[in-house]
Design a protein. Structure first.
Length: 377
């Protein structure tokens, strides 16, 4: 089988990362815990054979007996060409690629069809639609505990910051060191929709947070090269696929760093996974969108702030939330009201207005501007 090429294979890493034009086509877990496949039975190993001596490793999640979801960039070669189904191999029910455990139940499948998100292009700015679905040659057998499908979330299911998740994958344990083949797992915490550590204000992330979010591992864990396509699963109860790992924000697999993932419950992503070849688009902030936060100077208790925007290219519904910029404390909860009357308790505070811009494909949160500090009367 292709897997038996083992670690003598040249692992060329080319893919879209958050802030760099090239990264790994599969994003292994650093500081993770070796696990048996029964703890994450929806996880599969995906291999793209690019040449007799070159293969690319990725991961995927079983969504039903005939289909696996992964990232689109896992299906492109170093030259940027799309893989053919014949070049792909999927292996389910295995804990170690090079040394099967006695409890493993390996099921190998070739691929007969590839569906890549219609909005995806293999460049760095396309991570918002970095998703693909593979059709297998024959159904997987779900009769044992080592191979199971994972549940998909309902459309628009909220994924608040602080949500605990787990990720299991076959990627690298150390940057620039080939993986051992062992399935490893890590726990992580979802960041709030607009947050991504030091990259929170990065335009590429901020303008596409309707479909891309971040999670953060512990102070000793992170995803790394060749963990891409791995499922981001809820913990406790029945696991649900809430995300698909794209890449770490750090190209050197910095432990404790942020890692990007596709937000599966966004209709733009979920509808595609469930079979639509023309899913609805979530709002994007483009150069045509103008954001405004209007108020009189000096800003004092009793002053009125007004948020507004123009230039959205698709129909959207906008709600507004006002907060203390430094502490994050909510001053006025999200509502249809675009105005906020400054209070005496706001003296010395910079006030931020967040716009929640909702379209048929999801919700984008944008922060126009913050105010000057509120002055005393």
């Amino acid at each position: 089988m292709l897997r038996r090429l083992g670690h003598s294979v040249a692992l060329i890493v080319v893919a879209a990362a958050l802030l760099a034009a090239s990264a790994s086509p599969a994003v292994r877990i650093v500081g993770g815990t070796a696990v048996q496949i029964q703890s994450s039975p929806s996880t599969v190993y995906l291999q793209l054979q690019d040449s007799p001596t070159t293969a690319y490793r990725c991961n995927g999640s079983i969504i039903d007996s005939l289909h696996v979801v992964t990232t689109a960039y896992c299906l492109y070669t170093a030259s940027g060409t799309e893989a053919t189904p014949a070049a792909l191999l999927v292996e389910a029910g295995i804990s170690n690629l090079d040394a099967q455990a006695p409890t493993d139940a390996l099921q190998s499948r070739s691929v007969t069809a590839i569906r890549i998100d219609p909005f995806y292009t293999p460049v760095a700015s396309s991570f918002a639609d970095d998703v693909a679905v593979l059709t297998l040659e024959s159904p997987l057998d779900f009769s044992g505990p080592a191979v199971k499908a994972v549940a998909l979330p309902a459309a628009k299911t909220p994924l608040p910051g602080g949500t605990p998740v787990s990720i299991a994958a076959f990627g690298r344990e150390t940057f620039n060191v080939p993986p051992s083949g062992q399935l490893e797992s890590m726990s992580a915490t979802v960041e709030a929709q607009t947050q991504c550590g030091d990259y929170t204000g990065d335009t590429l992330f901020a303008n596409q947070n309707s479909t891309v979010m971040c999670f953060k591992g512990s102070s000793s864990t992170t995803t790394c090269n060749e963990d891409g396509g791995a499922g981001v699963l809820t913990t406790g109860g029945t696991p649900t696929l809430v995300g698909i790992a794209i890449s770490p924000t750090s190209g050197t697999c910095e432990i404790g760093g942020q890692n990007t993932f596709l937000y599966v419950a966004a209709p733009e992503i979920l509808d595609f996974i469930e079979g639509s070849d023309s899913p609805p688009r979530a709002p994007r902030r483009t150069s045509s969108v103008k954001l405004h936060l209007d108020y009189a100077v000096p800003l004092r208790p009793g002053s009125k702030l007004t948020c507004s925007s123009t230039g959205w290219t698709t129909p959207v519904h906008i709600t507004y939330a006002f907060s203390n910029e430094s502490s994050g404390k909510i001053l006025q909860a999200t509502s249809a009201r675009p105005t906020y009357v400054v209070k005496a308790k706001d003296v010395g505070v910079n006030i931020l207005c967040d716009m929640h811009v909702t379209g048929s494909g999801g919700t984008l949160i944008v922060s126009p501007l913050s105010t000057l500090k509120v002055a005393r009367k």
